[in-house]
Design a protein around this ligand. Structure first.
Ligand code: HEC
Length: 375
């Protein structure tokens, strides 16, 4: 029972921290790989060293922010060092710049970390012993900066991980159509006691072919014009995949009343029960409650009070906009800032309505005023 448990914990430590095994990364330097095992030194990199580097050093020595020209996310990077030469000299803590910097007096200009107080004596001791024992570093492991809160969340998850039953990617299929399309990815873990937890942030999440689609944080976006790939999540030794299909990924789509404008009314709270979603609307303007009737809303917005609610000649002067951004008195006050994405979205919608040819009957693209009925 013991060893599979330990193995799964170890895998968690690697996978949950987001260490993608990067096939392009050079293999760990032989001097480092040939180091004595954790058992021999009492130091385990993942357990003891990694937390110190990730919470105390990586903030300023990561690929997006390389202070002192020193990257600290891999053994190779430490061996290469920064403007003052190698930060790590295997077997020689006293010659390693990373140690020299952390043992400086508290008020010294060059002390590392430069803010948040010096490392604790115990932490310095761990780093020294790790270097003296050969600076063992798991192959292809790349460190990432973690806030203390993220570390805490990971530690809590780690305790529960041996009872992990399965993980699931939600939704289990992704279809991205057009350039503007995107999809938030969620990874859900189920434990043996039937509890579930959102582990999206702590699992290793990646797209098999980043030339087809890519993750921007936890949001999946198209890259290629067309293609299919998979999104892969790994946690605690379990791996799950979900299919990703991209169509017209480099083409934009026409603005849609249903897809683009309706969410703005919802987000702005316009169609709430206490506002225009009330049975009789508010101050003469009624929408369906929570946007349940987009077709009806479309008629009311574009057909009632022609030229006032929406002004196709001068979109900014539409009362729909002027009231929402607080340019004219509005009993519902200002709903969003003039430069907010919601206003931009609706202005874009309005200009695209203007540009539409008459008699457009597409259910999603509002016609120009010359078209008599369709939404
Ligand atoms: C808040 C930002 C910040 C943090 C956190 C930080 N450093 Fe630095 N580090 C710097 C800056 C800025 C420099 C460049 C200026 C200098 O050399 O003092 C630097 C330089 C260094 C250098 C010298 C690089 C060279 O070759 O010039 C080493 C070694 C170093 N840091 C190690 C560490 C270690 C080890 C930690 C964690 C215990 C750490 N740093 C945490 C900002 C930081």
């Amino acid at each position: 029972m013991k060893s599979p448990l330990r193995a799964s914990l170890f895998t968690l430590a690697i996978t949950s921290l987001g260490f993608a095994a990067d096939p392009a990364a050079p293999a760990t330097a032989p001097a480092v790989a040939a180091a004595p095992t954790a058992a021999a030194t009492g130091i385990d990199f993942v357990r003891d060293v990694q937390p110190i580097l990730e919470t105390k050093c990586l903030e300023c020595h990561n690929p997006n922010k390389i202070k002192g020209k020193l990257l600290m996310d891999s053994a190779a990077a430490l061996l290469k060092g920064g403007s003052d030469g190698p930060a790590l000299v295997v077997g020689k803590p006293d010659d390693s710049e990373m140690i020299k910097r952390v043992i400086l007096p508290k008020d010294h200009d060059d002390i590392m970390p430069p803010k948040g107080g010096p490392l604790a004596a115990k932490e310095i001791d761990v780093l020294k012993r790790w270097i003296a024992a050969g600076a063992q570093w798991p192959q292809n492991l790349t460190l990432q900066y973690k806030t203390p809160e993220q570390r805490q969340a990971l530690a809590e998850l780690q305790k529960k991980l041996p009872t992990l039953k399965n993980i699931q990617i939600l939704p289990d299929k992704y279809s991205l159509e057009t350039k503007r399309d995107f999809h938030r990815v969620v990874v859900l873990a189920t434990f043996q006691d039937a509890t579930t937890k959102d582990v999206t942030n702590v699992c290793d999440l990646r797209v098999a072919d980043s030339k087809v689609a890519a993750l921007d944080g936890l949001t999946l976006k198209p890259v290629a014009d067309a293609g299919s790939t998979e999104i892969i999540a790994t946690l605690g030794g379990q791996t799950v995949k979900a299919a990703v299909e991209v169509k017209n990924g480099t083409k934009d789509r026409a603005i849609s009343f249903r897809l683009d404008c309706m969410p703005v009314f919802m987000r702005g709270g316009c169609n709430q029960g206490g506002c225009h979603g009330a049975a009789r609307g508010k101050d003469g303007f009624r929408t369906s409650l929570f946007g349940m009737d987009p077709a009806g809303d479309y008629i009311r917005i574009t057909r009632e009070m022609p030229g006032r609610r929406i002004n196709l000649a001068i979109p900014e002067e539409s009362s729909l906009i002027e009231k929402a951004v607080g340019a004219v008195p509005h009993s519902g006050n200002q709903c969003f800032e003039p430069d907010s994405v919601y206003n931009k979205k609706s202005s874009r919608a309005r200009s695209s309505w203007k540009a539409k040819t008459p008699r457009s009957r597409s259910p999603c693209v509002p016609p120009t005023p010359t078209a008599p009925t369709a939404m």
